[in-house]
Ligand binder design. Structure first.
Ligand SMILES: O=C(O)CCC(=O)C(=O)O
Length: 278
């Protein structure tokens, strides 16, 4: 059940407190960011996207296992994902968290796990997949209720630690080993690493500093678990050529960015604020 069935008006929270929490731990939960109608629209969007997958679409689960799949940059052709990324409470929240008036949309990316799926997203940081010269923000929103055993997990404070190599999300693929960064630590295997997770309701968000280590829970899911990440950058963010060991989409979309260019352009639009808090 969604948090706020009557309205999609976002909660009024103190942006400075949210920013402080994000700065200190690298992740902050914001409950009830999207109401019931948004959650329903976005679950329908995922179904629509599946009928016409983009070049970015991928199945993340091993063959024969309950399906986990994902697609990205669907704001470009799905009306509801366009609305989400251009005129929803997420825009104001992104502006509040980055403390800016306008924000650059990097991408939308949905993930959908079927009931019974037990293919977690691996421990990773977002930053090393992106050719960006500074940290950015991911706002991850669940579209289904999810218990903490299957939900998003983070290592608080890890955004202030070392940077690790990007890892593939497809279970059968190993790291390609072409980069210079070390692989992420085996967080689940070693004792002593503090992991934070939450019981979440549909419409709840977790905002992530792009450098924080995160994953999803390993437990087999009782029911479908759909969620969407939107990624946002401050307007002065610049493209930096980090070479081929970054997300595949950089080579698949026409962005025309060269080393040192401002990120904002048609492919990564500057979205005016819809800030509801001051
Ligand atoms: O929900 C997931 O499975 C992973 C989300 C994630 O890691 C991300 O969007 O950066």
């Amino acid at each position: 059940m969604c948090h706020d069935p009557a309205t999609d008006v976002p909660p009024r929270l103190d942006p400075a407190l949210l920013r402080d929490a994000l700065r200190a731990t690298g992740a902050v939960v914001v409950r009830g960011v999207l109401g019931a109608s948004w959650c329903a629209r976005l679950r329908d969007s995922i179904e629509r996207c599946r009928t016409a997958p983009s070049v970015h679409y991928g199945v993340l689960s091993p063959p024969g296992a309950p399906r986990v799949d994902s697609d990205l940059f669907r704001w470009t052709d799905d009306a509801d994902l366009h609305a989400l990324t251009h005129a929803s409470p997420l825009v104001g929240l992104a502006c509040d968290l980055l403390d800016v008036s306008d924000v650059v949309l990097i991408e939308d990316q949905w993930f959908a796990s079927a009931a019974g799926a037990a293919t977690p997203s691996p421990w990773h940081q977002d930053q090393p997949y992106y050719r960006l010269d500074r940290p950015f923000l991911t706002i991850w929103v669940t579209l289904d209720d999810v218990g903490e055993e299957g939900s998003l997990r983070v290592v608080p404070g890890s955004h202030l630690g070392p940077e690790y190599a990007p890892v593939p999300f497809i279970a059968s693929e190993g790291a390609d080993g072409t980069g210079t960064l070390p692989p992420p630590p085996a967080v689940d295997e070693g004792p002593g690493t503090s992991i934070r997770s939450w019981d979440l309701r549909a419409g709840d968000a977790v905002a992530l500093d792009s450098r924080v280590l995160h994953a999803t829970g390993p437990a087999a899911l009782q029911s479908a678990f759909r969620r969407i990440s939107t990624r946002w950058a401050a307007p002065d963010t610049r493209y930096v050529d980090r070479g081929p060991n970054t997300a595949a989409f950089w080579e698949l979309i026409e962005h025309g960015r060269r080393d040192g260019d401002l990120l904002a352009c048609d492919a990564f639009p500057l979205i005016p604020s819809t800030r509801s808090t001051t």
